[in-house]
Design a protein around this ligand. Sequence first.
Ligand code: ADP
Length: 489
Amino acid sequence: AYSVRTASQFLHEKAYVNGKWVDAKSGKKFQVLNPANGGLMGSCPDMNAEDTQLAIQKAHTAFQFWKKSSVKERSAVLRKWFNLMMENQQELGKLITEEMGKPLKEAMGEIGYAAGFFEWFAEEARRTYGDIIPSPVDSKRLLAIKQPVGVCGLITPWNFPSAMITRKAGAAIAAGCTVVIKPAEDTPFSALVLCDLAEKAGLPPGVINVVTCSRQNTVEVGKVLCESPLVAKISFTGSTNTGKILLQQCANTVKRVSMELGGNAPFVVFDSADVDAAVMGAMACKFRVSGQTCVCANRFLVQEGIYDQFVQKLGEQMLKQLKVGDGFSEDVTQGPLINSKGVDKVDELTQDAVSRGAQLKMGGKRHSAGENYYEPTLLTDVTSEMRCFKEEIFGPVSAVIKFRTEDEAVALANASSVGLAGYFFSRDLSQIWRVAENMEVGMVAVNDGILSTVEAPFGGVKESGIGREGSKYGIDEYMNIKYICMGGI
Ligand code: ADP
């Protein structure tokens, strides 16, 4: 039914700087492949440090007027931008499915979520209140105002090619900042189409800029963004390892940073839980984007009294609900993984677990649909020594661990250097409060498998990152507080 792929007017094979569609100065390009079949989707300018410097300069020039625009003007543009995304939801969804593989229904869902950040920040733009602070002496009046930080470098991943950009750019542009975006090399087209719609929404040239580059040029482009004195802030979503590199590179100019890094989400099911609800939550939480989100359940910790029941029902639902294939086929729920490297990692973690004594109840190997596909997999008797307990799986593998007491569950959940999302199912009210407060994560879902929404603060603790995105807090990441002391009164 979805045989028609991205319409050509939505596929922009140029970068976007200062309101113009541009090539790399070198003329070089890199190819973007469809992970479902390895086919060529298109190519993009392979920009380098010099191209990036130029984009930063343009963004810096634009900042001088954009910071002075009224909040009402910024709000109106963001609102139009939201409307345009929703009017073109299906075409934008197709672009996502084609460049990174998620099923079209999920891709269209992402567009709704992504556009929602523009709608939200259109509203928040008008509420960046400061304070009047009671003065300790009568001759002074003290105020705090909020001002946009300046040019923001946004470095984004491929798993939500649209939403990870709008969550940052919506907040930044609402605050009065300008942005230079470096999208993931796998998914530049979802970034570029946003520029097209921005123009139609009336966003002035230079406010949004997209620098595309291959993995090879990523290091130099990233370095320029982090080290340029004209860039005031870096906001990054991606792996913890890359985040650490960027933090180091930002140190020299003491940049403001927001980091949304990896997770290792525990999903705890207590004896007191509604097991059927827990299984449904587990399915929603584990298999979105074929397991490739940083808030996907990575470790199912299940109490001994309901362990067998949970494992059996999870297996049944996996068989019933999951269909692997090309994301453009209507009934497919599990598209390809992003690339063969991703499949290799998932397989390594599965084989490691099996070699250390985990039981393979389902799947456990590459899927016959093609080289980027992996079978939905169920592993039980997983232990904390196995790699799938310690590392982000980022694939359709459920790893189930048995525990006996609540204390043991919390200790296992917290036995990680990262802490992004955590989930648990329980019907014991005091246990719900205890566990919600004791989990070392930035976000907890209780009796639910899905927690992301534009209204709520997204972010982690420990090595999962710094800062919060979305919500009423998100815009503060792009503003400085300035204290004004008025004396001589
Ligand atoms: P993944 O393993 O999912 O690709 P990464 O953290 O490597 O996660 O990628 C997230 C984003 O960070 C992508 O846009 C990628 O191109 C970019 N990236 C990766 N390495 C660097 C780097 N050294 N400097 C700047 N950006 C980088």
